[in-house]
Design a protein around this ligand. Structure first.
Ligand SMILES: NC(=O)c1ccc[n+]([C@@H]2O[C@H](COP(=O)([O-])OP(=O)(O)OC[C@H]3O[C@@H](n4cnc5c(N)ncnc54)[C@H](O)[C@@H]3O)[C@@H](O)[C@H]2O)c1
Length: 312
């Protein structure tokens, strides 16, 4: 048996970096797919040529088709278009939904046992689209947002306290957007509650900066959005699945009763192992936290209703 095959769809900033990070693990073969001729092939060759220097021998293939993806155990989907000047949110939603629909159909027809990690925005709605068109069990369709949002919060806390980022634990639930729900009660530094380590006003400022984390980077870059931390977050999820680590990471999955939420995709703590999203882990929430999660879920429901309407 060869190495497990992982596919990355979209060879742009997030997809290209995801393929690079996967190649550096030296564990998986990587197939990189994009519609632009030459780009996935060029990036795949470039990543391969870093192998002798960095010490990996990963096979990386770039392609504009799906034949090479056959037999993939996992795919990270980053294909989409950014919002262009004059484009409405609904137009962006409809365009990316069509892209995700076609990509998912191509992937699943060649790899029926695949696990999909969605990255394309608007994230929660794209998970909903993938679930609707794929026919896969909900445990095999997982959105990446919470790992990134939590990583941003962990970074801001680490910088504020002068501690190493990996020592900070944080959990951000809810939809990937303005209604996300950072949980300071579950935020710790080496087991110590964050409320014991910083005054409330500083913590509130960090929570707000986390909510605005994506926009802050867009504002600095001027063109394009974040990709180093997003690709690191997607690969963290891939690793927990491939290595059956059973780590509990915040992921966007279809909830069917957990947290009192029914038939809605929302960011919740999920145990990731070889079965994909093996279990939604239910934390005790205060009434305020529960309310914030419900508000966030309602915003996602409205977005999904819009995407359903646009796609019929
Ligand atoms: N979930 C998150 O937390 C998160 C974080 C960062 C970025 N994103 C989202 O990820 C997506 C990718 O971001 P990026 O910075 O890499 O964008 P990008 O523009 O650099 O890359 C997107 C790539 O998708 C390709 N593409 C478009 N249609 C395709 C199709 N039908 N099949 C295959 N490839 C196709 C494009 O050619 C392009 O190379 C965006 O939707 C972005 O908003 C999400």
């Amino acid at each position: 048996m060869g190495r497990p095959k992982s596919t990355v769809v979209g060879a742009g900033n997030v997809g290209g970096t995801t393929a690079q990070r996967l190649a550096e693990k030296d564990v998986y073969d990587v197939v990189l797919v994009d519609i632009v001729e030459g780009v996935p092939q060029g990036k795949a060759l470039d990543i391969s040529q870093a192998g002798p220097v960095c010490g990996y021998s990963t096979k990386v293939v770039g392609t504009n088709g799906y034949a090479e993806t056959a037999g993939s155990s996992i795919a990270v989907i980053t294909s989409g278009i950014p919002r262009k000047p004059g484009m409405s949110r609904d137009e962006l939603l409809a365009t990316n939904a069509q892209i995700v629909k076609s990509v998912v159909t191509e992937l699943v027809s060649r790899s029926p046992g695949i696990i999909l990690i969605l990255v394309t925005n608007p994230l929660d709605a794209m998970v909903h689209v993938a679930k609707t068109v794929s026919g896969l069990h909900k445990s095999r369709i997982i959105g990446m947002a919470g790992v990134l949002d939590s990583a941003r919060m962990r970074t801001f806390i680490a910088q504020e306290l002068g501690v190493p980022g990996p020592d900070v634990e944080a959990m951000v639930l809810g939809g990937h957007g303005d209604t996300m729900v950072p949980l300071p009660r579950y935020t710790t530094v080496k087991g110590k509650r964050i409320s014991e380590l910083m005054p409330n006003d500083r913590l509130e400022a960090i929570v707000q900066r986390t909510r605005d984390g994506g926009a802050e980077i867009v504002g600095l870059l001027k063109t394009g959005s974040a990709f180093y931390a997003p690709s690191a977050s997607a690969v963290d999820m891939v690793e927990s699945i491939y290595k059956d680590q059973k780590r509990v990471l915040p992921c966007a999955v279809l909830c069917e009763g957990e947290y009192g939420l029914h038939n809605v995709v929302v960011g919740v703590p999920v145990r990731l192992g070889t079965g994909g999203a093996e279990q939604v882990v239910v934390y005790d929430l205060t009434p305020d936290e529960q309310k914030a999660l419900e508000v966030s879920a309602q915003a996602v429901r409205e977005l999904c209703a819009t995407v359903d309407r646009l796609m019929t």
